[in-house]
Design a binder for this molecule. Structure first.
Ligand SMILES: [Zn+2]
Ligand SMILES: [Zn+2]
Length: 143
């Protein structure tokens, strides 16, 4: 089984993940631009049960454009985003790619919420693009 390890910027929070992500995406929604200092967030979606964190995290929740409640967890000491969870998919965690130790070999295959990207954003044409929220990984594509 594949293992991933990671930590926040200050090292107070560490995590270990066993298994492969269901999807790796970058998100250009406005809220992600705020937490990512202007760019997109990069996220790997893992089953919640595959992740073990150590150290103190803090969290905040908000209602997303999708209508779901999103809870973001970050290091209580340095603020590094660790992962988020959606009320619609409580069995999943959206892990911020930046916390994973390199080289992890993961790369985004889709860009989501591209309708909210700034006009200078460079969107890799090799990625799948979604103007807003795409279907959940593993869910059938809507026609
Ligand atoms: Zn930290
Ligand atoms: Zn976003």
């Amino acid at each position: 089984m594949t293992h991933y390890s990671g930590s926040c910027a200050c090292g107070a929070v560490t995590l270990r993940i066993d298994g492969e992500p269901l999807a790796v995406r970058q998100c250009w929604c406005r809220r992600c631009q705020k937490i990512a200092a202007g760019g997109p967030t990069h996220n790997a979606i893992f089953p919640a049960g595959s992740i073990v964190t150590e150290g103190t995290t803090a969290s905040d929740s908000y209602i997303a454009d999708s209508g779901n409640t999103l809870t973001r967890s970050h290091c209580a000491a340095c603020g590094t985003p660790i992962f988020s969870a959606s009320s619609a998919r409580p069995q999943m965690r959206v892990v911020r790619l930046g916390v994973l130790d390199a080289p992890h070999g993961l790369r985004p295959t889709a860009a989501i919420w591209t309708s909210e990207a700034p006009e200078w954003a460079i969107l890799d044409p090799a990625m799948e693009h979604f103007p807003a929220q795409p279907p959940a990984p593993g869910a059938p594509l809507q026609s």
